[in-house]
Structure formats: C-alpha cells, structure tokens
Ligand binder design. Structure first.
Ligand code: 3H9
Length: 693
C-alpha cells in the first residue's frame, strides 16, 4: 500500500488518511492509496463506516495539475469515486482547508460530507480552462441544485462551509475534521441513516426540469464576464445535461469534453499562468538561507490615488498603516476617498458591513515625514519627479529605523539614483503598484544595484501577504511592463499615420482579449499628460498634439481619440478625428493606405515580444514567465493567451522574427528588427520556454 495514504482505525470507523504535501493533490499514488484503502475497509467486516480525511493544511485541492497531458495512470479519479460511491458502508468526507476540483468531486462520491467552519468548497477547474472532469458537473447540481451549481462551476469561485451547509452540500459543521467526522460516522451508523448516493438522487433537479428557464437564466448570469473563453461555456453546457441526459451517458460526455479542453491552447495557457504566478514569487539569485525581515507596520507617503490604493491593500490584509501627507487638507481628502471606496464595496455586498470602519481603524493619518520612524516598510508614492523623490528619500533616511525597507512606487525612475541619496542603499528598492492599486494584482518589485537579498525577499513576501502577485525586475526605463507598453504605443501611433483609425486598432486589440485598446486607454488616462511631457522635452507627436491643441484631452473633456456622451465612458468613433488625422497626414505629405487587421495585430503584439526578448537579454527579467505574469496581472492580458512570451512560443519565434524584419523594412523602422535573443532562438528553432534552464 502507498505511503501517501494510510488506514487508521477509530473503534469501528476506518479513517483513510491522505498525506501528500503541499496540498494533497490527487497524484497517481494518492488515487491508488485511496482506492485500495477504501476497498480494504469496505471488505473488512469489523468496519462499520469509512472516513476520508487529510493531514496538513488542506483537504485535497484537486487533481495533480502537473499530470495533465501525460499518459493516464490507473486508477483514474472517476474509478476511485465509483469505488467510494458503491461502498455498502457509509463513506464520509472530512473537509478542512479547501476541497477543490477533483477533491470536491471525490467528496461528492461520498455519502456524507462534514467540514470545519473555515473550510471552502469549490470547483475551480474553469480557471484552468477546464471543466470538472470526474462527475462534478453531474453530482454537484444533484447536491445543491442546478442554479447554484452552474454559478459555482462557471465562475470557479468556492463557497464557505456555512453556505455549503445551507445548500445541502455538507451535512454538518464540525470542530476538528477527523474527530468530527468520526463522531458523525458513529451517529450515522447508530441511526442507520440511509446512504445518500447523489447519482441516484434527482430531487433537486425537479424544478429546473419542469421550467428550464430557471437553469438558463442562472447560466447566463454566471457567464456574463467570460468573453473569448471556451471553458465557461462548456461548463454551463455540461451542467445542463443533468436536466435531459441519463447520468452515465452525461459522465461519458463530460469526460470527452474534459479531454478536449485539456488539449486546448486556452487551458494550456491558463495552467501555465497558474504555475508562472507561483514561480514568480521564487526569487532567483538569492542565497537559499535568506529570510525576509518581519513587517508589522507600514508607512505610506502620499495619500493620492496611488498611495491611498496601496494603503487600502495593506488594511485589507489587516496590516496597520501610517499614511503620511504634507498637510491636513490632503490627508483628509485621501482618507475620505478611501472610506467612500470601502463603503461603496460594502454597499454592493463585496465586504461585510462593519469592514469599512474596521479597515479605517488600521489607517493612522499623519502629517510630516518624521512619522515613518516606527515602520518596518516605507513606501513612497509621491509625485513622479526625481527631485521630489530624492528629497523624500533623504528625509526618510533621516527618520526611518535601522533595517526598515524603503520602497519607491515609481513607474519609470531610476531606483539606483534614488537609493544613492540615502546612507542605506541596501535597504532601497522599488514596489511598483498598478492603478487602481487596491484592485490590480501586480506589483513589480524593482531590485536596484545595491538592494540586499533579504530586503528583496521582504518586499516579495509582503506583496503576497496583501494578495498581490509580485514579479522581480531590474532597473531600466519603465521596468518591464511600461517598457513593453512603450514599444506598442510607438506602433499604435505610427499606424494612424499609415492609414489605420483609432477604432480599428482598438477593435483588433480588444478582440484579441485585452480589456482596452491603446487609444481608448489614452483617453481614459488623459492625453494632456503626454502632451505636456512632450512639450517639456521638445518632442512632437503630430496627431496627438493636434488633438490636444483642439482641447481634446480624452474622457475628462468629453473628447479625445473618441467622443463621449455626458456621463458615459463608452467611446464613440468621431468623424472629426478622422478629418483631423487626414489633414495632419496631408500636411506632412504622408499617403495613407488600407491596413488589414492581421497587420495591426502583429504590429501591436510582436514589437512587445521583441522588447520582452531585449528585457531577457539584459536580465531585467530573469524568466519569460515573469514577463507574462506582469502582463496578465498588470495590463489585463487575457489569461487564456498565457502572456506575450507564451503567445510568442505558440505562434512560433521564426514567424515572429520574420514578420518583425518585414515590418522593419516596410515602415523603415530599425527598432523593429528582431532582438538578438529572439533571432537566435528563432534560428535554432527554440522557444522562450526553453530558456528556463
Ligand atoms: C481538477 O481537479 C480536474 C478534475 O476536475 C478532473 C480530473 C480528471 N496540482 O497556491 P499555493 C502546488 S483541476 C499540483 O502557493 P496556497 C502549487 O504549485 C485542479 N500542484 O498555496 C505550489 O507549489 P510550489 C482543480 C498544485 O496555500 C503549492 O502547491 N484545483 C496544485 O496559497 C502551494 O500552492 C485547483 O485548481 C494542484 N492541483 O493555496 C486548485 N495546487 O510550492 C489549485 C497547488 O512548488 N490550487 N499546487 O510553488 C489552489 O487554488 C491553491 O494552490 C490552494 C492553496 C488554494 C489549494
């Protein structure tokens, strides 16, 4: 019998104990262990009931994702579940931590489920581009009804133990999972309770069978936010089979659909994203013995949009913050916005009603930089000007306690120069949050020349603690994300001169799956900011300048690359902009041509990939997957496309290098020539993924 699953006896209750860290995923060994032990316990006449429980931090968190795409090993999960379901003795699942995916499916084969009150139960397969492939789409609707089931399966979001109890997914909330389940098992035996075999119980399907709109409405509501994704639609369809397809036939169809989705590029991309996110938190080039410094109190300098959002992220995670401003007025305004923000979320039901007050109590507003003195981590989020940053860091250096980590939220500036004004450059780094900082998950952690390894790990660890996705990058203009974005912006602007219109470029980018195109994004951010900075630097951008000269600053003036109706953020193509572009081009003697969507897509995405290759060459990012994580969590790159570097590997690096060379010549733009690393990999027939080591 296997080491990862053991059989214990508690009087006449057998406990099948799974112990496969870190998350008890259903590897072949775990499946074999559960199968053999359940079979043995069922055959043992001294055993009256069987409990399935787990050691460690969680119940089974799902199938072992690393096994997908490899040859299947027996027994399959469905066989294990059938073995459990067909037991003549009651089988009880003892849930703690998270029962997810295949883990929850396994419990649905059990006759009863109990859970501790902190437990969460869900079928998150859709987040990996899959559907539950071991009966979940058929048994969960029978346990909780098709409306809640379709919502859980299509969104992938778990429910709490109390919701599970209310909806019949578990029988009881218990104290310790194992002891509670054993006590429950004894009760079931004593009461001679009939076994609840979900596959034979259609009672919760009756209402939706009689009126199908109950189901279709719930499915439509759950599917609202899934533009471009295959899995959510497949999930909803599979749940609908509970209403018209016999159980065994539906299981077969579910299996076929699962195998189809596993082989799909979307699921490959989503599984890659799952592991890339976790990989990004493992910092390379740091001695293994390095430990992060403890962080109990944080000071944030600047209560504007960024500083306020960052402070909210810390308070959301229960970490006290000293929020520092230059005057009472600014402080009051910043605190007021934060409070309103939380109150709005509470009103929508996003957080409990008492959360805003509790979180505000964690924020200690102060005027004056001497208030950084108690903080273990200080994050500066003031004006994006080097002179001001240097002033602030000089003051922080004078007041911060020894060993405090000093971070700048700059999105472009050189952290080495900022660190140089302090007497402790080893403690200085960048923590680049993305706006709105209380929502966006990415945090680029910028490692400067002298940043100490433990300071770096402190920033990574605290970012994870506040539910951000950290990615370590080096110092360069714009770091990883904004530097690649600049490569794209250059092309979007050029496309207008060559013949495209803003709405055409934006449509191609959003069809690809990004939430917004470059021109709608410009309108949202405000076109005047770039205009002023160009004026300062003596640079021209004829079309963008002409728009600003005409008072078109974007959404805030109701006109930019698009026009906007009062109170609406929906961009409307504007013939005046077409005329302005035409006239500008005529004035410059440029002939416009018709540009196809494929060219637009390639010129939006391939230059970014090229810049990504340069970033890797310069070791600004240490892994292609880190670049992908940055685009997924900072810029809304569609998760089902994995990230720009993953996408590049799918398209093929030779194709990308060839097209870049072609555009370099066609548009007379040497910056589009393939970067040496891209060219080398393309010539060798390799992928970015092959760089992993
Ligand atoms: C499925 O079940 C399909 C079935 O329907 C059908 C089958 C036929 N496999 O996230 P963490 C690793 S699909 C392999 O940092 P946390 C993870 O990579 C699956 N490995 O911890 C990491 O490794 P490392 C449906 C897994 O406490 C380590 O565990 N289930 C798996 O923040 C710790 O992970 C899911 O989608 C796995 N399934 O969060 C659940 N899960 O230390 C996916 C984790 O080397 N998992 N690892 O970097 C999660 O959501 C979170 O990991 C969990 C713990 C909430 C469980």
């Amino acid at each position: 019998m296997s080491d990862v699953v053991k059989l214990e006896r508690h009087d006449d209750v057998a406990v099948v104990m799974v112990n496969s860290p870190p998350v008890n995923a259903l590897s072949a060994a775990v499946r074999r262990g559960i199968f053999d032990n359940v079979k043995a316990a069922n055959a043992d006449s001294a055993v009256k009931a069987i409990v399935i429980a787990c050691e460690g931090r969680t119940f089974i968190a799902g199938a072992d994702i690393t096994e997908f795409g490899k040859p299947p090993q027996s027994p399959g999960l469905s066989e294990v579940i059938a073995e459990i379901e067909n037991c003549s003795k009651p089988v009880i699942a003892a849930i703690h931590g998270t029962a997810l995916g295949g883990g929850l499916e396994l419990t649905l084969g059990c006759h009863f489920r109990v859970a501790v009150k902190e437990a969460k139960l869900g079928l998150p397969e859709v987040k990996l581009g899959l559907l539950p492939g071991a009966g979940g789409t058929q048994r969960l609707p029978r346990a909780v009804g098709p409306e809640l089931a379709v919502q859980m399966i299509v969104t992938g979001n778990p429910i709490s133990a109390s919701e599970a109890l209310k909806n019949g997914l578990i029988e009881e909330i218990v104290e310790g999972p194992k002891a509670g389940a054993v006590a429950f098992a004894k009760k079931v035996v004593a009461e001679k309770r009939p076994l609840r075999v979900l596959k034979n119980d259609d009672s919760k399907l009756a209402a939706a069978k009689a009126d199908r709109s109950i189901f279709t409405n719930a499915a439509a509501a759950a599917n609202k936010k899934n533009r471009g994704m295959n899995a959510p639609l497949a999930c909803a369809e599979a749940v609908s089979w509970t209403l018209d397809t016999p159980f065994d036939e539906a299981l077969k169809k579910e299996r076929e659909m699962f195998l189809k989705l596993v082989a799909d590029d979307q699921s490959k991309a989503q599984r890659y994203a799952f592991f890339s996110e976790r990989e990004a938190a493992k910092v390379q080039g740091v001695p293994e013995s390095t430990k992060p410094r403890p962080v109990e109190r944080v000071a944030i300098i600047g209560a504007g949009t960024m500083g306020g959002g960052i402070a909210m992220s810390f308070a959301n995670a229960g970490i006290p913050v000293t929020l520092i401003e230059t005057g009472e007025e600014q402080l009051k305004r910043g605190l007021g916005i934060m409070q309103k923000n939380w109150e709005n979320t509470a009103a929508r039901g996003g957080i409990p009603a008492d959360a805003p007050a509790k979180r505000m109590a964690l924020i200690n507003g102060k005027v004056g930089l001497d208030n950084v003195k108690d903080a273990d981590l200080i994050i500066e989020a003031v004006f994006e000007t080097m002179a001001i940053k240097k002033e602030v860091f000089t003051a922080i250096d004078a007041h911060a306690k020894p060993g405090a980590v000093l971070a700048s939220n700059t999105s472009y500036l050189n952290i080495n120069d900022i660190a140089a004004v302090t007497k402790r450059p080893q403690d200085v780094l960048g923590m680049h949050f993305f706006s709105p900082a209380n929502v966006m998950k990415l945090c680029e952690i910028v490692r400067a020349e002298k940043t100490a390894p433990d300071a770096l790990l402190t920033a990574v660890a605290i970012a994870r603690k506040i539910a951000k996705v950290p990615a370590v990058v080096g110092v360069c203009d714009g770091f990883v994300g904004n530097r690649m974005l600049a490569a794209r912006s250059k092309q979007s602007e050029k496309l207008l001169f060559e013949g495209a219109l803003p709405q055409q470029v934006d449509a191609v980018v959003t069809k690809f799956g990004l939430p917004m195109g470059p021109f709608a994004m410009g309108d949202l951010a405000g076109l005047d900011i770039g205009w002023r900075s160009r004026q300062d630097r003596g640079i021209k951008s004829e079309i963008a300048d002409a728009l600003c000269e005409a008072g078109r600053f974007g959404q805030k003036t109701g006109k930019g690359y698009y026009k906007y109706e009062a109170g609406s953020r929906a961009p409307i193509p504007d013939p005046e902009v077409e005329t302005l572009i035409d006239e500008t081009c005529k004035r410059l003697g440029l002939t416009r041509r018709a540009i196809g969507d494929q060219e637009i897509l390639e010129r939006m995405v391939y230059p970014m990939i090229n810049e990504g290759a340069r970033i890797l060459e310069e070791k600004i990012a240490s892994r292609p997957s880190d670049i992908d994580v940055i685009w997924l969590y900072g810029y809304g790159w569609p998760i089902y496309r994995g990230g720009p570097m993953f996408y590049a590997d799918l398209v093929g690096l030779k194709e990308i290098a060839d097209r870049l060379s072609f555009y370099a010549k066609q548009t007379n733009d040497p910056s589009l020539e393939p970067a040496p690393l891209l060219k080398k990999l393309a010539d060798e027939g390799k992928t970015f993924a092959s760089l992993k080591g």
